[in-house]
Ligand binder design. Structure first.
Ligand code: ADP
Ligand code: MG
Ligand code: ZN
Length: 475
């Protein structure tokens, strides 16, 4: 029996406002517990929340960037539950009237571009942070995170594999970072994902029962957990069992999902409109003002790179996978005659180096303008490709300018025809056997002669000039 899997993701993004969503407390991370609190975020009775306008603007930004429809009027709702990390016993979220719905983003899969629908993007407050003592029967609560603004992005169940889930998340995070509304760091919890997974017989129109997986704090975990869950559900169904709707946790030590609780239904929360907060009205002018602040987004940049710099789709996708990388490429590409050369150098040499050293592009030991200069030296025949690799390695150690390294190490390409000619004549004289074979038709020997000449010049001879003179002299 063949199955297909159906996946929908809920992503919580911590917005980078200075203050919380409904009070003036700081959102700063890492300060001593319970130092950023006030009666509002502590949920004291009788207090009144006041909405932080920046939260609306950041959420609007993301909604526009993902082609969502913006609701002219939206509302906050109370999601009631009993939990120690939210002392007022409800979370202020949006329910029936979210700020935006019906958007999409594109992902680049092996078989082409696929559109993943976005059901809704809404605003809500974060809860506090619990930590459980390993040695004593003791749990502690830090309310610093209570009331930190979150944007929740819910996808349609359009995702069909763990790999697509990874691509979707990376694209989403990329957009969030392009529009600069969050650090969107998975490990630090400012970009969190719950995955909903179900399976059904291949070709079926009816979805299977979904299981929600929480606690996914890296891209790797998301993909692994979804794959595990697909396999688990398959074996249940093949055993004539039934999948239960439940919430499961990803256990990173044992690489499996474990049951956490049976899934609650929306009506269990007794959602109702929060009477303490006014409806949010958004007019066309506000939308336009926000739209004007949105920079070029990844897909648009990718398409422009293809057109403007004549690089392939694959290159353009990789190079726009982060704004910093795209900026780096653009600086290099504008400095050189052949932008494809810049693309190759960045994708192969630079990303290879960064990967090896576990660094991000912002931490690159070689600046964009220095790499651009190096490529220019190759482009203008001052050095050849082989020597350039040596200079690149030297730059990686000290980010000196390539011109300086070339000069210090005497690596300038020899393009002086008469100097090259005399070396060629010497090589011809020293290899009479090869010369007669060459003249007898073994033209493949040209490589042998080039090799000899390069050896004599320590790789510095201009290969184009070598070839020209060599062919003339041999004929
Ligand atoms: P809840 O808060 O109850 O989890 P949401 O509407 O916030 O509900 O999120 C539901 C998520 O589950 C969405 O991403 C949706 O696409 C996904 N989903 C719904 N039905 C299925 C299904 N049968 N299989 C997999 N994912 C599903
Ligand atoms: Mg959910
Ligand atoms: Zn507060």
């Amino acid at each position: 029996m063949e199955f297909e899997s159906v996946i929908g993701l809920e992503v919580h993004v911590q917005l980078k406002t200075k203050t919380k969503i409904f009070c003036g407390c700081s959102t700063k991370f890492g300060d001593p517990p319970n130092t950023h609190t006030c009666p509002v975020c502590l949920g004291m009775p009788g207090v009144l929340p006041v909405l932080n306008k920046k939260v609306v603007e950041y959420t609007l930004t993301m909604a526009i960037a993902t082609s969502c429809k913006i609701a002219p009027i939206s509302r906050f709702a109370r999601k009631n539950y009993f939990y120690p990390d939210l002392p007022k016993a409800y979370q202020i979220s949006q329910y029936e009237m979210p700020i935006s719905e019906h958007g999409y983003i594109n992902i680049e899969t092996d078989i082409g571009i696929k559109r993943i629908g976005i059901t809704r993007i809404h605003m809500e407050e974060d809860a506090g942070k619990l930590s459980h003592d390993t040695y004593r029967p003791l749990s502690m609560i830090d309310f610093n995170r209570t009331g930190v603004p979150l944007m929740e992005i819910v996808s349609e169940p359009d995702i069909s594999s763990p790999e697509e889930a990874g691509l979707y998340l990376k694209k989403l995070r990329n957009i969030v970072r392009y529009v600069d509304i969050s650090d969107a760091n998975m490990e630090e919890g400012s970009f969190r994902c719950d995955a909903n997974v179900s399976i059904m017989p291949k070709g079926s129109k009816t979805f299977g029962t979904r299981v929600e997986i929480k606690n996914l704090n890296s891209f790797k975990h998301v993909e692994k957990a979804i794959q595990f869950e697909i396999n688990r559900q398959k074996s249940i169904v093949l055993d004539n069992g039934k999948v239960f709707q439940e919430t499961r946790l990803w256990d990173t030590t044992n690489n499996k999902t474990i049951s956490m609780r049976s899934k609650e239904e929306a009506h269990d929360y007794r959602y109702f409109p929060d009477p303490d907060l006014l409806a949010i009205e958004i007019d066309e002018n506000w939308i336009k003002r926000i739209r004007d602040t949105i920079p070029e987004l990844p897909d648009a940049k990718r398409d422009r790179f293809i057109k403007e710099f004549a690089i392939p789709l694959y290159d353009a996708s990789v190079l726009t996978s982060s704004k910093e990388l795209a900026d780096y490429f653009e600086i290099c590409a504008r400095m050189v005659k052949t932008p494809k050369l810049a693309s190759n150098w960045i994708m192969v040499e630079l990303l290879g180096l960064l990967n090896l050293e576990g660094k991000t592009i912002e931490e690159s030991p070689i600046s964009a303008s220095n790499l651009g200069k190096l490529i220019k030296l190759v482009d203008e025949n001052v050095i050849n490709g082989k020597i350039a690799k040596i200079v690149f390695e030297e730059m990686a150690k000290n980010n000196k300018s390539p011109e300086l390294i070339v000069e210090e190490k005497g690596l300038v390409q020899v393009s002086d025809s008469s100097a090259i000619e005399s070396i060629i004549l010497r090589v011809i004289e020293n290899n009479p056997k090869e010369v007669s074979s060459y003249k007898g038709g073994k033209t493949k020997l040209l490589g042998f002669f080039v090799g000899q000449i390069m050896k004599e010049t320590k790789g510095k001879a201009n290969p184009k000039i070598v070839n020209e003179i060599l062919i003339k002299k041999l004929s």
